[in-house]
Design a binder for this molecule. Sequence first.
Ligand SMILES: Cc1cc2nc3c(=O)[nH]c(=O)nc-3n(C[C@H](O)[C@H](O)[C@H](O)COP(=O)(O)OP(=O)(O)OC[C@H]3O[C@@H](n4cnc5c(N)ncnc54)[C@H](O)[C@@H]3O)c2cc1C
Length: 299
Amino acid sequence: MKPPLFRYLVPETLAEARQMLSAHVGSAKIIAGGQSLIPMMNFRVVQPGVVIDIGRLLELETLTQDSQGGLICGARMRHNAMIESPLAATGWPIIPQALRHVAHLAIRNRGTIGGSLAHADPAAEWALLAVLLEAELTLSSVRGDRRVAANDFFLGPLTTDLQEDEMIIQVRFPALPKGHRAVFQEVSRRPGDFAMAACAVILDFDGQQIRSARVGLMGVMDRAFRLTDLESALRGQRPSDQLIRECSADICGDMDLMNDRQASAQFRRHLARSLVARCLAEASDLHGTSGGQSHAATH
Ligand SMILES: Cc1cc2nc3c(=O)[nH]c(=O)nc-3n(C[C@H](O)[C@H](O)[C@H](O)COP(=O)(O)OP(=O)(O)OC[C@H]3O[C@@H](n4cnc5c(N)ncnc54)[C@H](O)[C@@H]3O)c2cc1C
């Protein structure tokens, strides 16, 4: 399949990119890694009249730390560059853990954080990471820049708060507590497939008690989300098999889960509960399996 005809524009500066988006509102699409856009164009799911290639905007390929210790990630950072980043591995190890599950090497070499977040697939690892890590996205247009919390950015499957004249230029991940334990697990039919369900957990301990907990799921609903009731229930507790069994028993009980060719809602509910229990046990090192920053893959 070949895409329909389109105009191909290559801005040299960010200002030029913003101008181009503004001049072609409604018909323009940014292209970053092209790993989702090109297949969608080939299948006529989207038919942009203008494609704006941001490949020359090197300022969107930077990875730095700000004065508050936050990780500032340019929108064109590739999945693989993040997997290989010593900065991410040191302060946000859940990022490389999760991104190793994105598709295959060729796709991870091309795909970008900005493209993945803008695409907003309900089973995208970047979306779960953004929600779990309380990321803040900077959206830019000729009207100015605005910042949006990841939790407010995702509105549904393939739907975000991004306006037609806006582009993502940067994503900020606040610092995590030193010594936290992070675990990511997902279940997919084959390695590289989109997940049927995935869970990410970050636990911070005060001695043997959980000081704070973050638990996120993706692939089971129309967008990634945090289990905030569970997080509150875990706070101040000393992890045990019984606690984890009790806490994970009712997860997603009254939620309307996705039901599609990949997996039934009932199976997704089972996966969500199993993955949460397994991630919590591993992050708590209950069975001596975790160095605190390990990950497990289940295919
Ligand atoms: C076979 C296959 C398997 C895959 N498996 C997975 C998987 O398991 N997990 C996963 O997370 N992903 C998976 N993907 C998707 C992959 O991660 C893509 O890289 C990602 O979704 C899109 O990133 P991109 O940079 O290629 O964006 P593009 O394809 O270039 O763009 C995607 C969308 O985002 C918009 N866009 C891009 N950059 C910006 C920006 N800076 N600001 C505003 N809008 C922007 C584009 O206009 C387009 O609408 C898979 C893809 C394929 C082809």
